[in-house]
Design a protein around this ligand. Sequence first.
Ligand code: 5GP
Length: 210
Amino acid sequence: MERKGLLVVVSGFAGSGKGTLMKGLINKYDNYALSVSATTRNPRPGEEDGREYFFKTTEEFERMISDDAFVEYARYVNNYYGTPKEYVFEQLDNGKDVILEIEIQGALQVKEKFPETLLLFVTPPDAETLKNRLVGRGTEDAKTIGLRLARAASESEGIEKYDYILVNDELDECIESMHNIIQNEKYRTFRNIPFINRIREELKGFAKGE
Ligand code: 5GP
């Protein structure tokens, strides 16, 4: 895949504050595009179709799967979640750094399909903070919170598969760190092979006395 923007996957436990972090990043810098996922879960109060998610029925979602409309999709706590292809590729071609805020199974699918993807994992400073945020949000019942905490414990086993871990303690600092990580990543040699090949050829030309 030869594209202008960087594909970035951000995962983190439910309640890690990654949603707020993403909003902060997008508001502060204009080189990012945040992908909007499709899901079969019900909208939470205040969520709008097409803004937080494209809300789909299971039948609609399964049709999109068979139409090969997703970059990746996964099941998470009894619902489907998936990244529609179209927007992602369009924005990468426009030179935007595209951020997918998705859970770990999807993250690993993306990395396998597109190995140049940058994987970031966001965590709160400790587990207590996570639980307090989930309870404080007041949008899930006790059973769902329990399921999400259990899911967080199993997700924590996969953190080393990510390239970087970000501790979301102080929001502004975390936004800056995320921006710096993503932008510095662009200087990695393996992301600059066309440039390297070009200057190599030019130098060979000089060496031959051209
Ligand atoms: P929530 O229901 O709290 O909005 O999201 C639950 C989990 O699903 C979060 O970890 C979120 O990052 C993840 N998620 C959201 N969209 C997608 C997606 O398109 N694909 C995958 N694999 N996970 C997603």
